[in-house]
Design a protein. Sequence first.
Length: 444
Amino acid sequence: MAKQSFDKRIKETPADDDREVAVILKAVMPGDPSVKLGGVDPVAEIMALADTAGLRVVSAVLQKRDRPHPGTYVGRGKLEELKQEAERVGAHVILVDDPISPAQGRNIEETTELRVVDRSELIMDIFARNARSHQAKIQIELAQLQYFQSRLTRMWTHLSRMEGGEVGTRGPGETQLETDRRIIGKKISVLRNRLVQIEKQAHTQHKSREGSFRIALVGYTNAGKSTMLKRLTGADVLIENRLFSTLDTSTRKWDLDVPFDVLLSDTVGFIRKLPHDLVASFHATLMEAREADLLLHIIDASSLTIEFDIESVNRTLSRIECDEHHTLMIFNKLDQVADAQLIDLQHLLAEHGDSFAVSAADGTGIEKVIEHILGIAQLREERGEYQLPHSRSDLAARLRTLATVEREEFLDDGIFLEARFESGQKARWEKALREAGLLPPISS
Ligand SMILES: Nc1nc2c(ncn2[C@@H]2O[C@H](COP(=O)(O)OP(=O)(O)OP(=O)(O)O)[C@@H](O)[C@H]2O)c(=O)[nH]1
Ligand SMILES: [Mg+2]
């Protein structure tokens, strides 16, 4: 974005705006969408993140580079320019649009004499602000502590190397670091234990959902996952034109015409360079996607960086072992797609099998998606567990003709069988059982 437009932002900001003023620092590298695509603002996304985090961005200092400078992230000269720009606009914070190393952070901090926040810290800050449930709060606290701990460890190695690392030369600073590490380590293990407890409870809940068909909404943040959940199930969920509005999984029953429950879950959104510690600590929340029978990958079709968005979601899905899941690609916000983008959208639809163009907001194209999902749900395998009296081995034989019996145990009081059915066969089998008086009749 041109410096001029930032100057305009400074002028237009009301005097009573008491948000912290930030200047963005960004090394624009070859993988960046703005390098590969024309018309993409290299700082649009970090500005949206900053806005969500309550910062007021008034300027940006960019440098084209092949890779970040290992010590200073950008070149020394650029850092001087950053210092002057930060002074000119009266900045409080330097916002770096990448995860940076402690050494890079320290050098930028020393040059500008300002607080430095990197992309990972900013994303985690937003998560911390938006966390509502007990679980989300613990997950984000754990992620922040782990991130902090990994940096502390690196800082510590750096310091001990600087001081020659001689045995027996422990200064008070080092002792303090060790104490910090011990306290943080302890806190991390307390939080981990609490999460394990919460996950155990969730596991019991998941067990009760066995037998139902589970669908999870996944996708880039702000793509319209929650809007889609509302459109399909009528659920009253939080929908906002902000990043990371949803941090907790919410699961709703979806009334589809199939003889089993269909559950639809909304999940946390993804973004480019999603911090590793966040993915790790949101393990339980992301479990919803891992255990789903079907994923709906919701894409903002009006995004200028659509292919990058898809790619980064796919990368995160593979990090959480969901890349092999049956997935429908749902290109959303069709009502907002500019005419010039329609051809690209056609190509993307042709390129991805099982893909749809919809508007979750006005309902366009939704019927087709529902029909398709219904088809998949009807085709799915069904499972069942039964106990038959020893006298009815004829029924056990019948079950073997209708299904694949995966487990069979002869107990004192009968035969236990676990079976996997093809579509429709379970209903037939249970009808036979009912006629034999071995299952309660369906109340009409
Ligand atoms: N024009 C238009 N806007 C939409 C559509 N679907 C969603 N939106 C808007 O996009 C914004 C984000 O929608 P959400 O449903 O909150 O998106 P999300 O994917 O759940 O986002 P996070 O939970 O923050 O990751 C909101 O302002 C929605 O009103 C659509 O089909 N058309
Ligand atoms: Mg949402």
